[in-house]
Design a protein around this ligand. Sequence first.
Ligand SMILES: Cc1cc2nc3c(=O)[nH]c(=O)nc-3n(C[C@H](O)[C@H](O)[C@H](O)COP(=O)(O)OP(=O)(O)OC[C@H]3O[C@@H](n4cnc5c(N)ncnc54)[C@H](O)[C@@H]3O)c2cc1C
Length: 507
Amino acid sequence: MAKKPTAIVIGAGIGGIATAGRLARNGYEVTVVEKNSTGGGRCNQIMKDGHRFDVGPTLFLMPEVFEETYAALGEKMSDHLDLKRIDPTYTVRFDDGTQLALTSNIGAMQAQLEAIEPGAFGGFLRYLSEGQQNYRLSLQKFVGRNFYNYFQYFSLANLPLLFKLKALVKHYDNVDHYFKNPHLKAAFTFQNMYLGLSPYDAPATYSLLQYTELAEGIWFPMGGMYRIIESLTAIAERLGVHFIYNAPVERIEQDGQQATGVVLQDGRKLEADVIVVNADLPYAYRELLQDQSEAKKLDKKKYTCSALMFYWGVDKVYPQINHHNVWLAGDYKASFDSIFDDNTLPAEPSFYVHAPARTDPAAAPEGQDTLMVLVPVGHLDEDQPQDWAALKDRARATVFKRLQEIGVTDLEQHIKFEVCYTPKNWQSLYNLEKGAAFGLSHNFTQVGYLRPRNRHAKYHNVYFAGASTHPGTGLPIVLLSARLTTERILKDAGVSQASYQLQPATA
Ligand SMILES: Cc1cc2nc3c(=O)[nH]c(=O)nc-3n(C[C@H](O)[C@H](O)[C@H](O)COP(=O)(O)OP(=O)(O)OC[C@H]3O[C@@H](n4cnc5c(N)ncnc54)[C@H](O)[C@@H]3O)c2cc1C
């Protein structure tokens, strides 16, 4: 029997696990080496005193993409995840007391929108229809495919699409065609923060997010987001993938035009035919590949924002706080300018609160609550290092103050414990360059063929899968990255598409 091709995957983030599983299903002998004691990367969990926190992602979007990943690994998603739809998706609160519960219930949306701006419901329907077109076209033509050369991306066939998708129009400017009220313009653009982008900079294409949320739904896996990681890891292990934890990779070994393997920090050497880097791409070029010239170029690129996080175990339940909640700053534009131009915490920060026990009581002890607060902030800035201790205190004080608007007046006294992450934690825990929570930015010049590619230009057996390569950040998009990178590896190995889609698990 022919020897199986071998692969090492550096990092057990969702992108690493999914790529490892896909490669194993296609006949590779795969080893995943992860620096931490558990997999999941940013999609992790904290368990403390009966409280269960999702560390990073809390919004399960685009279920069809997850479904496709489980199917590619020979499984049905519904056998592994018990998904509950969250509707209203979230409550958005403004500084003058106005609130909007975004929902798929058209009647409820109509009443709320018309109360804020007469005629806005028509704008909402047109906006969603544009979002649907952006979603379908982007997925099919740009996000869900590899570009093997410049001409494929900038082909004459694609150029009209760039205009159709409004890729060169700023999202905040575009939303003016649908709403005039500043609250509504904010309510339908702040979601760009999921990609770590300002709506004043993001292409209008990203209205696709609002469409997916309201039309395809926001879901939550019972047991928490970490169920996705646990189930994908178990499936990958059944397919033969070997996971090694507490195994930080120090460098990728190279010989001429090829990478030969990896050296772990403890000195162990592992060899393989193919290396897949799931660790953040700019970090990997600088540290693992020791390519200082490429690292310098990557340093000059735009990065997404970071996030200050509070994980609070609370000895009381506040029913006013829903599963997903957003508080928006009064000076919407200034808040983005502070984050993206000055790399700091805005004077008036916006923030998000996650209360998973509203849907899944097992997330907190009975009669108590589990709250995660995400405050977007600038990424680490070497030229002007930020005082995170002071910024953290100011962020916490803002959260307490604004929660008073909904009658939550005594939260501070009921917090049993706090775990806090600053951008420095994102950097040290997961090696995220500049502590940028979502990786490299997704502005027009950093997407598609213009984004760092999923195969190394010189070492053709080094591949990348994850948030900072093509197509980009967010769990479903990283799952697409895993698919595209696997496709590329198999194509390079001369495996035809028709055969790898059908390859049985034991091949
Ligand atoms: C606060 C926050 C909120 C988010 N919210 C959402 C959301 O609601 N919905 C959504 O879809 N997405 C969300 N995201 C984005 C999503 O979490 C990421 O896009 C996704 O998890 C990235 O996965 P990845 O596999 O690319 O990278 P990672 O999760 O970063 O995994 C990379 C892995 O590589 C490991 N590693 C790094 N260096 C080494 C080394 N030298 N040796 C060995 N291992 C190494 C790391 O420890 C890590 O486990 C959020 C992210 C954050 C931070």
